[in-house]
Design a protein around this ligand. Structure first.
Ligand code: TRP
Length: 325
């Protein structure tokens, strides 16, 4: 079994793209790997946050991951700040990384330009991410393109540390995540669905109520003409609807396209399919939200399990560097 680690930002607003593109695969693969899912609340502190909001979003991220079907008996689901070795190892790795290499991180450059007071934590963000991964002797880290450079840095730091202080860390591989469907914005089908997009109508959130889902799908932009064809370049809106239908029901895209000769019925079926897909998730999430004590208990148990592994790795690294334990 491969050890796999995924870090999830504490966002309460996960959307259909997260579900069909990632979460659903995680659930399917959970029995084949030794998987860690970490809600990275410390990373969230690198940008402006409201404390009450961060608390709420951290728990809500766990609610969504449980609601989509991750089984806390099978995977280790925990909150980053509850395992103190993440911060402790990050310091050791900050003393391994250089200003130069951190300054080359494109995500840092993007997030810091134009802002007059950049937090030091935003600069060291990728080192904390390296600590997340290296603590668990991880084989594979399924990350999207935007995180590749951070993963490359993680590998560099592990190799440098091993060369300098002796074999300590397993060097992880980036894996191309098995992408599920690529879900596009319903209002701007040339762009990926994302929570940061301005158009709330274009984004179906996992926990949207069914009426909202229906409304959003009905108002989805379609393309000129009336024929239903799968042609992402020429007919991005209709193609996205067909892909949504395919991903939600398991029918093939081409077969789905053959079934319709008008946009109305296609939209109706997409709306029904997405509602059917998300309803059970929403129901479980509402149950969990009404019993946050139980969610906190699950996270506590996950942290205890993660801590056992993290402690050993941290001790190995600290000892290698000459700290007296
Ligand atoms: N930086 C990642 C993101 O924004 C989140 C993350 C934190 C992560 N630690 C990680 C991802 C470790 C993978 C492995 O998406």
């Amino acid at each position: 079994m491969a050890t796999v680690f995924s870090g999830v930002q504490p966002s309460g607003d996960f959307h259909l793209g997260n579900y069909l593109g990632a979460f659903r695969n995680w659930v399917t693969a959970q029995h084949d790997n030794d998987a860690y899912f970490c809600v990275v609340d410390l990373h969230a502190l690198t940008l402006e946050i409201d404390p009450a909001d961060l608390r709420r979003r951290t728990l809500d991220a766990a609610v969504v991951l449980l609601a989509v079907g991750l089984d806390p008996e099978v995977v280790t689901l925990f909150v980053q700040s509850q395992v103190p070795e993440h911060s402790r190892l990050a310091w050791l790795l900050e003393c391994t990384a250089t200003m130069g290499e951190l300054g080359r991180m494109t995500q840092f450059k993007e997030k810091s330009t134009g802002s007059e007071s950049v937090r030091a934590g935003l600069f060291t963000y990728p080192v904390l991410m390296a600590a997340d991964i290296l603590l668990y002797d991880v084989d594979e880290v399924p990350v999207g393109d935007d995180q590749r450079q951070h993963l490359e840095l993680t590998r560099d730091l592990a190799i440098r540390f091993n060369n300098r202080y002796g074999e300590t860390f397993k060097v992880p591989r980036a894996t191309i995540p098995k992408v599920g469907a690529r879900v596009m914005d319903l209002q701007h089908p040339e762009a990926k669905m994302s929570k940061s997009v301005e158009s709330p109508l274009g984004t179906v959130r996992i926990l949207d109520d069914p009426d909202d889902i229906v409304r959003k799908v009905r108002r989805a932009v379609t393309d000129a003409g009336t024929t239903v064809e799968h042609d992402p370049a020429g007919k991005p809106g209709v193609s996205n609807l067909l892909e949504l239908l395919a991903a939600s029901t398991g029918v093939g895209v081409a077969e789905a396209a053959d079934r319709y000769d008008a946009y109305g019925p296609l939209k109706q079926d997409v709306a029904d399919a997405v509602v059917a897909l998300l309803s059970p998730v929403r129901e479980r999430a509402l149950e969990l939200r009404s019993d946050l004590g139980e969610v906190e208990r699950i996270l506590g148990a996950g942290a205890t399990r993660a801590h056992e592994v993290a402690q050993r790795t941290y001790a190995r690294a600290a000892t290698a560097m000459g700290l007296v334990l």
